[in-house]
Write a protein that binds this ligand. Sequence first.
Ligand code: ATP
Length: 218
Amino acid sequence: MLELRSITAGYDRRAPVVRDFSLAVGPGEAIGLLGPSGCGKSTVARVAALLHRPDAGALLLDGEPVSRWRHRAPRAQRTAVGVVFQQPRLAADPRLRLTDLIAEPLRATGRREEAPGRVAELAEAVGLTPDLLTRRPHEVSDGQLQRACLARALGLRPRWLICDEMTAMLDASTSAALVAVVEDYRAASGAGLLAVGHDRTLLGRWCDRTVNWEAADA
Ligand SMILES: Nc1ncnc2c1ncn2[C@@H]1O[C@H](COP(=O)(O)OP(=O)(O)OP(=O)(O)O)[C@@H](O)[C@H]1O
């Protein structure tokens, strides 16, 4: 279970953007988080991905509270959660070839020798052909780069996946393809999903349950 308990978070302690927010994602469950622009959905996603320390409240992974964040978080907790953001160009190091981008988490966790085989497997799963893997981000489309970011997020086989407006920049067919990749991964692994977005139709189709921000905040 990934559990956000009474989270208060933001960028200025005197004016938090998220107040007393709670949500739980069980194993294998797909939860949508729906809300208008600027309400704080991405902030919640970053807390759930151990990337942003909340001012109050707790994040628990299988009952274990997270007490350290970002690179200070214990490896077992940090690698249990994979995340894909809305804008792949902000999430990808422009100097890296796609193959190295996908391999980043494997290298960072000392699994360098597994990288070639695992990258090939992941690239195939997300629909990236070998010729694209040697290119750098500025040489591929947004959709191709987002495919690489999704492959990177799946690299360490996370038990939870956070997709923060993953398809907002993409056309309908690429969006459908990426959602299908996530669903195949979840079917095979039993991972839980937190899908953040503002597209009610997409989240309704994709998720078992969608939490509406206003309702959740009330
Ligand atoms: N790094 C930051 N520093 C200061 N304020 C920020 C920062 N990131 C976000 N904010 C502010 O926090 C509020 C919530 O932002 P957040 O990105 O969480 O909302 P959101 O619901 O995901 O919006 P959108 O759907 O437009 O992405 C906004 O008012 C935003 O301006």
